[in-house]
Design a protein around this ligand. Sequence first.
Ligand SMILES: Cc1cc2nc3c(=O)[nH]c(=O)nc-3n(C[C@H](O)[C@H](O)[C@H](O)COP(=O)(O)OP(=O)(O)OC[C@H]3O[C@@H](n4cnc5c(N)ncnc54)[C@H](O)[C@@H]3O)c2cc1C
Length: 476
Amino acid sequence: MLKETLIRELAAIVGEERVVTDPEAVLDAAKDYIGYRRYQRDDGHNRVPVAACVVRAGSTHQVSEVLKFLNDNKVDVVPRTGGSSVTRGLEPVAGGVILDGSDMNEILEINEEDMYVTAKCGTPLEYIENCLNQKGYTAGHFPQSFPLAQVGGLLATRSIGQLSTLYGGIEDLVVGLEAVLADGSVIRIKNVPRRSVGPDLRHLFIGNEGMLGFITEATLKIFKYAPENRWMKAYGVHGMKNGLNLIHEVMKEGYRPAVVRLHDPVEVQQVLKIDAPEGMALLMFMCEGPAGITKATGAGIEEIAARYGVMDLGTKPVEHWLVTRNDVCNDMDKPIYYNMGGVVDTCEISANWSVIGKIYEDVCERLKAEIPSLILCGGHSSHSYMQGTNIYFEFGYLVTGGADQAESEYMHIVSIIMEETLKYGGSIAHHHGSGKYRTPWMPLEHGSSYPLMYKLKEALDPNGILNKGVILVDKK
Ligand SMILES: Cc1cc2nc3c(=O)[nH]c(=O)nc-3n(C[C@H](O)[C@H](O)[C@H](O)COP(=O)(O)OP(=O)(O)OC[C@H]3O[C@@H](n4cnc5c(N)ncnc54)[C@H](O)[C@@H]3O)c2cc1C
């Protein structure tokens, strides 16, 4: 369809004021914070396919009408809300449409009896949390992108927050939702505490990254908010493996601290810049909830930690982390390490306790051996479970060959992390999602279950208009 016709038809559906065609605004809506794009943006030369326009939907009805029209005319579309993607998830097909739900910004209900909050897809997480805190509740969901992310994107990327060891990931917090399929049909999954009525359809949309449907509304659990009951403690630990074993024991004993973070010495000195003994890893715990539980959990952690020869660092490092933990969001448009001519970024994976230490060691060893331009190589574990934990690798490299090399070097580093993770049976994405940059590894990640993903796509989006390139390798 001709660009002019597409824009005219969309304006007829949602009103002219909701169709954005300003070239800068259209590019801006496709902006993604993956490290090499941040670097590449700096020379002013755009490397991202350009959409025909952005449609700013104002209601579920508009999302439905727009999708129906795009589906009938086989026009590609990328759903969007907060725009904090770090995986190239928002990059469109050239000439396609970006459907932005961030104007759908409203809390519909805070239900203190059934303990949930219902909000439209464009409601910022930070706003929801502030409203809940005023009533003595919390959503318990604190991704580092807390000041940026909105409800639709949080669900679509299967997001996780810094207090996940207690509250879980978004998949544990979603009670019900509303979504629109590619053909415009609106589906609603009602709000009940549990159901035993077949496969759980919420999971078709949680983590779908905009390729199976557009999430228009969600209902999330809420919890009592009592920061005065918090227990926190930091320890210096000799070696990552030692720290991982300690966390493993805490989890195995059945304790549920809200925050469990183990930063390797490189991160402590170069990234966190926390005053901690040189050469030691930093382990931080924070417990939340009723006072009796946080006190008992703290005592249990202290008892286990004492057996690992840790150094007690008090509460200051945790307090410092609590107030600085999302600062990175203040300056997202500045290329990181630009002044040094390099790229810094992160890549998160997960694996069982039996192999996670090996993955951490092997990745670091290979990066140091195979990437001569490497200037930063570290990592941390920040989301722990009974079965295992994540490692959030943090890497940096100097760019000497221009913007193209910034990308190829980045993908070389990522491929090492993916290979080592898959070798040990881990998952190549703990919480940022596949986006478009991790798609090549998806067949290996999913193995024999991967063909099911195509069947879901075929059933829900037979014309393949929704967010082409995420999760599914293009068969053509
Ligand atoms: C500084 C920083 C820190 C981060 N920290 C974390 C973290 O701690 N934990 C974490 O999990 N993630 C983190 N992220 C990644 C990202 O912010 C999250 O994945 C977030 O959930 C995305 O929400 P958003 O509203 O910004 O979505 P967007 O960026 O708008 O979209 C993200 C993806 O979801 C799809 N999508 C968006 N809205 C919808 C919708 N309504 N329906 C269907 N699909 C949709 C898009 O097509 C895209 O593929 C971080 C990102 C940044 C920049």
